[in-house]
Design a protein around this ligand. Structure first.
Ligand SMILES: [Zn+2]
Length: 132
């Protein structure tokens, strides 16, 4: 598990256009995703994956841009906590357990929860789980 910011916050469409896209090879039918490093060839990544999983021969090459909109001032985030959430668990460096507060998501990779202190959002914690 590691912390990163897979969904950079943007304030406008112009901000969005200035972000570098994320390149992914997705394994068809399983939802597994292979994130590509800068300059990494998607064909090579798919071949490496297939050498360990010979039955997986179909892939999708995706170029995506993930982003997050800023929460609106005055929103009561506690009121929103009653919606159904992903509930994936991570542990902060402090030892505090946190649960993913996103709606259930199919990528299964990037989880997030807002960090609250005295009812105020003080940050967002992101983490990933490895595909089995
Ligand atoms: Zn999640």
């Amino acid at each position: 598990m590691h912390q990163r910011r897979p969904y950079p916050r943007v304030q406008s469409g112009e901000d969005l256009q200035n972000l570098a896209p994320v390149r992914i090879v997705e394994v068809a039918g399983s939802g597994r995703q292979i994130s590509l490093a800068d300059g990494e060839d998607p064909y090579d990544a798919a071949e490496r994956f297939m050498s360990a999983h010979p039955w997986d021969t179909r892939f999708r090459y995706l170029t995506v841009q993930r982003f997050e909109l800023p929460p609106r001032p005055g929103w009561d985030l506690h009121a929103w906590a009653s919606h159904v959430t992903c509930q994936a668990v991570d542990t902060l460096e402090s030892g505090q357990a946190v649960r993913c507060s996103l709606v259930p998501h199919s990528d299964g990779v990037d989880h997030a929860t807002r960090l609250l202190r005295d009812g105020q959002v003080v940050g967002v914690h992101y983490w990933s789980t490895k595909s089995p």
